[in-house]
Write a protein that binds this ligand. Sequence first.
Ligand code: ZN
Ligand code: ZN
Length: 367
Amino acid sequence: MQVKMQARINELQKLMDAAQVEALYVTNPENRYYLSGFTGTAGALLVCRDNTFLLTDFRYLEQAKHESPGLTIIEVNDSYAEALASILTANSVSGLGCEGDHLVHNQFLMLKDKLVSVEIKETSGLVEKLRMAKDDDEIKNIEEAVRLADLAFAKVLPMIKPGVSEREVALQLEYSMRCMGADGVAFQFIVASGPRSALPHGVASTRRLQQGELVTLDFGALYHGYHSDITRTVVLGEPSPKQQEIYYIVLEAQMRAIEAIRSGVRASDVDKIARDIITGKGYGERFGHGTGHGLGLNIHENPRLSMKDDTVLRQGMTVTVEPGIYLPDWGGVRIEDTVVVGESDCEVLTRTPKDRLINLINLFSLS
Ligand code: ZN
Ligand code: ZN
């Protein structure tokens, strides 16, 4: 563990050199965990050229020593800014990078106040860049998070029927995955039925499901800090021709995009493949979000499978593939899997079937 963390810090130091940052103050909890293994809820890292300090308060000192044995643990008594000032002075550091995307404004003002002789420079996405490609242990955690979400969905399917509320479905999904070992939910689940399925982020409401409706379920598990993300759209009864049409366009876009994912391909090119299929069928205007996103310690990370992201995909990156079509007042379909980028293709971690629009009522009236 210690060797792995040190290797990550070494890689970060190269990025810091390129960004001309002498020392980096890491305040984002996921970035801090990624570099140190420290799971306390209060703490920050100071990564210098030849030493890394973990600053935390009395409550977490023992935990910090145990979880981050390779780091120099500093107890913060008054404020982080003051602790930082004394380390920087003792180590003759005159330039400090902060995480511009995460550092709270008032903390920044405190730093400026206490670090009078230090030049503070904001950086963006340095640790996040390292986090894009996952190592084997990280992929195992994501795999488990995906497995728990798949199992929970299979368990909950029989209860998705007319009369049940969206919120009850969401709660059951959460309950089953937590019973099976999930540490929590990956995000607030989306269960969007009928016309609400046209809302790409329709968080589960008190609305009751009705016969004949599409229901979009978007959910995921949290396991050892890592997230999974899956969406399935089902229908409560015999699907209409229109429901079938929309479903199979989305499915084709999703599968073609997955087929294109491999090391060396640009994120924006994967988006284009899915978008072109949907646009070709006349629904381009109704697919208003990116095709997917990286996920790991955060539910949404880089790279983004979007028009704007030209990141070249690399082995070990974990991304979702989730095109959708949303028709106001009618409903919508989205299909989402979590995949790992490989050398010549990608591995789809999600196992829940998607090859046809599942009619839940038929599925369970047979048994
Ligand atoms: Zn999702
Ligand atoms: Zn997603």
